[in-house]
Design a protein around this ligand. Structure first.
Ligand SMILES: [Zn+2]
Length: 298
């Protein structure tokens, strides 16, 4: 009976996600919290379903991830020169960090050019997406390396592909039917993972960024900033220090509801730094995107 209920709940979730997908990203942004609620329900239901996990091959994961990323990107408007430069920058830092991952995926890093999107997510097969709104709150390359390391680890530790396996089991999809698997709503990857998976991605992402030569102070600074933003915009214990649009606030609140408390994440980061003797005194690299606008692009 529980399984029937879980399946029914997932089908409802899928229907809602499809609705939002059809109403494009404007609706997504407006309803960030509704989407988070939906994903939280999905998490609860999935936790009750016993899984006989059949691992998907790396090759199949790549095909499914490529197709999900292609569909998502086809809904995006074309990027201008500044946005393309930002994407190249993310890609350069991402590949440097991913070079230390255990899995050898074809890593791809994408910018979502939406200043109200304060989030990042990872798809199966090595695709990492970062919202412009998140980048706007970053002050060093070391912080970006931690953000990307965290997302890379959701792929490296099979969190991203396990969602395909779970969905396949819940909806009785054939794991060989790649086209059907690529229709799984992308919302399932956009809204965060279980607390254990988020904490694991933080630990391993911090180690990855550090192995790539970045200062662990980047992670500390970012998690301290998240702690402050949560005090300002979620628990309203302080007056906000920056002006955010309502869409950005919705996105930020959704981010905090789908992730462990930033204070807990910060405490864990400090434990990892002490335990692994990670470097915190490397100089922070500035967050710096270089681009030129040629006459034809003006
Ligand atoms: Zn995460």
């Amino acid at each position: 009976m529980k399984q029937v209920l879980a399946l029914a709940a997932v089908l409802v979730v899928a229907g809602v996600a499809l609705y939002y997908a059809q109403h494009k990203r404007h609706a997504d942004a407006v309803s960030a919290n509704a989407v988070i609620d939906m994903a939280a329900d999905w998490q609860r239901d999935v936790s009750r379903v016993p899984l006989r996990v059949t691992r998907i091959s790396d090759e199949k994961e790549q095909v499914i991830g490529d197709e999900l990323a292609r569909q998502y990107e086809s809904e995006e408007s074309a990027k201008g020169p500044e946005e393309r430069a930002t994407e190249h920058y993310i890609e350069r830092i991402g590949k440097r960090v991913a070079g230390h991952a255990q899995r050898k995926s074809t890593w791809r890093f994408h910018l979502i050019a939406d200043a109200n999107l304060i989030n990042a997510f990872a798809l199966p097969g090595g695709h990492v997406f970062v919202g412009q709104g998140l980048l706007d709150r970053i002050t060093s390359e070391d912080e970006l390396a931690f953000v990307l390391g965290h997302e890379i680890e959701h792929i490296d530790h099979y969190h991203a592909v396990e969602r395909v396996q779970i969905e396949a089991q819940l909806k009785e999809l054939n794991l060989d039917a790649v086209a059907a698997l690529a229709q799984i709503p992308i919302t399932l990857w956009q809204t965060g993972y279980s607390k254990d998976e988020e904490m694991e991605a933080d630990r391993e992402g911090l180690r990855l960024a550090s192995a790539a030569g970045y200062s662990a102070t980047g992670a500390v600074n970012l998690l301290e900033r998240w702690t402050r933003l949560r005090r300002e915009y979620v628990i309203h214990a302080e007056t906000p220090t920056e002006e955010l649009s309502q869409l950005a606030i919705d996105s930020l609140q959704g981010y905090f509801r789908s992730h462990p408390l930033p204070s807990e994440r910060l405490a864990q980061a400090n434990e990892v730094i002490a335990h692994d003797h990670l470097s915190t005194n490397r100089p922070l690299k500035p967050f710096h995107v270089e681009y030129e606008i040629t006459a034809s692009q003006r």
